[in-house]
Design a protein around this ligand. Sequence first.
Ligand code: HEM
Length: 348
Amino acid sequence: MLQGVLNWLDDRTGIVGGLKKFLDEEIPASSGWHQVFGSVALFILVTQFATGVLLALNFAPQPGASYLSLQYIISEIPGGRLIHGLHHWGASMMVVIVVLHMIQVAIWGAYKKPREVTWLVGIVLLLLTLGFGLTGYLLPWDNRAYWATVVTVQISGLPPGGSVVQALMGSPAGQVGIGVYQRFYTLHVMVLPAITLALAIFHVFLVRRHGVASQPGDEHQPKKQFYPAQVYKDTVAVFVTFAVLFGLAALADIPLEKVADPQDLSYIPRPEWYFLFLFETLKYFQGSWEVVGAVVLPTLAIIALALVPFFDTGKVKRASQRFAAIGTVVLAAFIWSALTIAAIVTTP
Ligand code: HEM
């Protein structure tokens, strides 16, 4: 009977045949555990969408009201604390996993022709992931959220034309209020999810179009099938990720500070951990040099990462022979980590 239902469905939609084609894909013999990060990133993305919708059901997106509604979600709604925890820790795990995925792709040389656009779409997905973190940080409207966003708004005013950017952010006078809040909320729950979903689908479509990148020696080995070889590894990785995420959400408390207080000028702003590098950079570039540390250098770093497939165009895939390309990615990851650690160690 089940076969009959599947045949009926396939006849009307082609879904069953499409899924079979998706699973039967051939992958190179060298495919393995190192390639699980992309699938794990997809899984966290879906989890973030699901928990985000559940939070939005009870969240009041207005300065002040949002603070109270979050307290209500955490303490009154059954499962609310868990849902909030999954969304909070999921955001950090997403950044870690996407960066690991990028480093894996760089080391294996999987960005090479014809996968340059897959890489570029990946860079945009990385920026969108950070964009979720930046806009989401303000939403609880506690002191931490408020003062970190004051710094964000100040940084956005630094480059030429910064006052226009601030006006677009809903902050013509460089202040953080209802205007910035509504824009961040709209970006966080509508604009970023729509763009990210479309680009993630396009990214996976491109991976399928070009096939998984092979490694030297693959041509002499028999190919594997995506199902079960890789699906098994991806499922285990997703399971382990979910176990860690669930553990964090269930056990770790998420600090909610006192409600935003614009008069509290003694407050030392702190961003989410993956933006600490920016705050640290600002310590070395002060006065008129601030724009260099906060805007110019990070932009150059992103451009350098985006260009990796265009300056490493040789056929060589062995990591030891691609010093410049791997050096760029590893150096970017190293500077980011070093500045983050320096910021953690020195922040009161
Ligand atoms: C939301 C973030 C992302 C998601 C959901 C995602 C998802 C995926 C998935 C499912 C795959 C196929 C399996 C695999 O090789 O791991 C993949 C491959 C790939 N990704 Fe991503 N990715 C993301 C971000 C990035 C970033 C930041 C980069 C690099 C800048 C990148 C570059 C690539 C490349 C070049 C491939 C092809 C690898 C190959 O053929 O072996 N992706 N991605």
